[in-house]
Design a protein around this ligand. Structure first.
Ligand code: ADP
Length: 745
């Protein structure tokens, strides 16, 4: 099917596809059109990675908009939202407007009513529905990207319930679900009342195989020799690809391993760079160093300068973007990555090497083999259409038996079936409260009939199981005064229940926070509050390493009076351990809010800069929730909570709160201004400009911007020179003016 044959799209769009080099539809795309995707019909497209799923989504959304509708695109990760937005903004020239909704989970995002396409995560959409966003009723088309993630026990239930809610709000909603190839795509199609497009077509040939010793065996029966000498298998494979002018993606099972692999592989790639490439890579390395002042950032820059990189969820987004671009421009020749972001990031390469096929699983407490689905998604990144002659995906075996096992387990195997995780209690706790609070059900019968619209209900064979779990959850919610059950089966959320649902926190987190605040007698310290939010189920725990137990036990006794609520005894093994890991997180937050350098924090806790950011954002969000709950329940200490929240937000001590809130100031500049005697916004508006310039190390542009932001009447610096004493003080303090986490807002 040719693109000209497409009908019902906004004027000019077909020409635009031509310009992008799309002449002919890929076979699964043509199938989707035949299934009515441009006419408002629902479709589940289960096709391999890089086979043009985004195009199917675009056809659905654009044709829906041409008919006067409005589309929503649900992304699997927040990190992908702006990338997708940028992709869809290409259509703005044809009158299609695009908005992305990230940010806080407690606003209704009314401004999005003006947009034709809205990009958001399922959590964000869920929260918009809870907060009564009106435009949700006007949606005519919803796209769920990576819908197989309904299988994920942490995030799947939200996607599942969100789709059920959107479809209940609007019976005629077109649902387009994009999925990797899975074992039971037909069940998803049945659930969504959609036509199934199920295909394993790929735009570029893929050969999958296993390396054992020097021999690389492929699934088509062919075999190549890889010369190895003393080299490790991965390095030999990367070098072999390089000698044919190709790039490689190496998947490993932890961030540490990704970093170590990049360091080693850089010694291979460095010999394959031209002078021009070396110069360009040096510039990129400098940008990486500028983006954050941590060891991770330095390590990444060192590797990139030699043509290698690592990629994992602990990287700051600026780092990720720089690495991905450099790889696409073929400057970086190899990326070693953890699989977390790999599914969504479009970075194809000639050869994909799955080095580790087992990964540590905390739920099981040991190493577990990866799912076939995941490994196939990694395989899918092999081969760049139009650039590479073919793609190659390679696993590595250490002995003959392992080679056979890898062929059976991954190369020949079909991906698993997707299985709903909704019946788990934490998921139902959150979603049942939200379903009642936002008016989707006002009786137990209605609640059950709503839950019938989920994938879980489509899949379950155990009759009565859903009703039994739902009953447990209702009892919990009633006991904590989040909802009331009436004798006739009626359900009503209380004021507190409504608030909890809008705040988008787990009801169990809310209960923990409320109990903690009620237990407080004196004004809580920042540490007390940090610990309180760190022990809720909404904060991912920091893992206790060997030796941590003693250290944090000691600290726990030392700071015992500050905790809100009573500390479990050392004999309650599990509860005590959880208390200590929350303490570890709380101390990280305290260090951050005491102006400790990012770099020292990453070292002290064994985390990446992206993790600090994650913890800081989560703490800010939970402290905000705590403040609102305190307000709702007329509890004291709202001011103490607000102050703790501001301290994590800016990463500063109390005395800098006023200054650090000025845009472009951030934690380090605030400290320098303070050292120069400028202690508040008012001071900044009045101070001698040469002192301000000196304290900001003579950076004129930055100084003018800051003076403007603080509302100074005459921000320009004509004829002003930096005060020498202020500059000397500022320069002698530890770090230079690099952007730090404190500046990310
Ligand atoms: P997926 O979402 O399935 O992983 P993408 O939608 O990112 O894959 O598509 C991969 C690449 O293929 C993109 O660069 C896209 O522009 C290109 N592409 C999609 N459809 C076609 C087509 N019909 N002809 C040529 N290129 C296409």
């Amino acid at each position: 099917m040719k693109v000209e044959e497409l009908t019902g799209l906004p004027e000019g769009v077909v020409d635009h596809f031509h310009e992008q080099g799309i002449e002919e539809l890929y076979p699964p795309q043509a199938e989707a059109v035949e299934a009515g995707v441009t006419e408002g019909d629902s479709v589940v497209a289960s096709v391999p990675t890089a086979s043009g799923k985004t195009f199917v989504a675009e056809l659905a959304m654009l044709s829906s908009i041409a008919r006067g509708g409005k589309a929503l695109y649900i992304v699997p990760l927040r990190a992908l939202a702006s990338e997708k937005k940028a992709e869809f903004e290409e259509f703005e020239q044809y009158g299609v407007s695009v908005g992305v909704s990230t940010g806080n989970y407690d606003s209704d995002g009314d401004w999005l009513a003006q947009k034709d396409i809205i990009v958001a995560t399922s959590e964000k959409v869920d929260s918009l529905v809870r907060n009564g966003a009106q435009w949700v009723d006007d949606l005519s088309c919803v796209v769920a990207d990576e819908v197989h993630l309904v299988d994920d026990s942490h995030r799947g239930p939200t996607l599942e319930v969100t789709l059920a809610k959107l479809r209940k709000l609007n019976e005629n909603l077109q649902t387009v679900a994009l999925s990797a190839t899975v074992g039971n795509a037909e069940v998803m199609a049945e659930w969504l009342d959609a036509t199934l497009v199920d295909s394993d077509w790929r735009p570029i040939d893929l050969r999958a195989g296993v390396l054992y010793g020097q021999a690389l065996h492929f699934d088509d029966g062919s075999k190549t020799q890889i010369s190895r000498g003393n080299e490790k298998a991965t390095a030999a494979l990367v070098e072999d690809t390089l000698s044919d002018d190709g790039s490689s993606l190496v998947f490993v099972n932890s961030r540490k391993n990704a970093e170590a692999a990049a360091r080693r592989l850089a010694d291979v790639t460095r010999d394959y760079l031209t002078d021009e490439e070396r110069t360009k890579l040096r510039d990129i390395a400098a940008e990486i160093r500028d983006a954050s002042d941590t060891q991770t950032s330095d390590d990444l820059a060192d590797a990139v300068a030699k043509g290698a990189a690592f990629h994992h969820a602990g990287l700051a987004s600026e780092h990720r973007a720089l690495v991905e671009d450099a790889f696409r421009d073929r400057l970086v020749k190899v990326i070693s990555a953890t699989p977390t972001l790999a599914a969504g990031v479009n970075t194809p390469s000639r050869r994909v090497i799955v080095r580790d096929w087992r990964r540590y699983d905390g739920d099981v407490g040991g190493m577990q083999p990866l799912d076939v689905l995941e490994v196939h998604q990694m395989f899918g990144r092999a081969g760049r259409p139009g650039l590479d002659p073919y793609g190659e995906a390679v696993l590595i075996a250490n002995n003959h038996d392992e080679m056979d096992e890898l062929f059976d387990r991954y190369v020949w195997a079909d991906p698993e079936a997707v299985q709903s995780k909704l019946a788990a209690e934490p998921a139902l706790r959150t979603h049942i409260l939200a379903t009642v609070a936002s008016g989707f059900a006002d009786s137990e019968d209605e609640l059950l009939s709503f839950l019938e619209r989920t994938l879980y209900a489509t899949q379950t064979t155990e009759s009565g199981r859903l009703a039994a779990v739902a009953d447990n959850v209702l009892e919990y919610l009633e006991r904590n005064e989040f909802l009331e059950r009436e004798a006739d089966g009626g359900l009503r959320a209380t004021g507190l229940g409504h608030r909890v649902s809008q705040l988008y926190i787990d009801p169990m987190s809310a209960a923990e926070i409320i109990d903690g605040l009620r237990a407080a007698e004196d004004r809580p310290t920042a540490m007390g509050l940090f610990h309180l939010v760190a022990r809720t189920p909404d904060m991912y725990e920091l893992y206790l390493r060997s030796g941590d137990r003693e250290e944090y036990t000691e600290l726990a006794y030392e700071r015992e009076t500050e905790f809100l609520g009573s500390m479990p005894s050392e004999f309650e093994d599990h509860a005590f351990e959880d208390w200590l890991s929350a303490l570890k997180t709380a101390r990280l937050l305290e260090d951050w809010a005491s102006e400790l350098d990012e770099d020292d924090i990453t070292e002290r806790y064994g985390v990446g800069p992206g993790d600090i950011r994650g913890k800081v954002e989560t703490a800010e969000w939970l402290l905000n929730a705590a403040e609102r709950l305190a307000g709702e329940l007329d509890l004291e200490f709202g001011a103490a909570i607000r102050e703790a929240k501001k301290r994590v937000e800016y990463g500063v001590e109390d005395e800098l709160l006023d200054l650090a809130g000025v845009r472009n100031v951030g934690r380090k500049r605030a400290r320098r201004l303070f050292a120069a005697g400028i202690e508040s916004r008012a001071d900044l508006r009045e101070a001698d400009k040469s002192v301000v310039l000196g304290a900001l190390r003579g950076r004129r542009k930055t100084t003018e911007t800051i003076l403007e932001n603080v509302g100074r009447k005459d921000p320009d610096l004509d004829g002003v020179s930096a005060d020498a004493e202020a500059e000397a003080t500022a320069t002698s303090s530890s770090n230079d003016g690099q952007q730090s986490l404190g500046d990310f807002q």
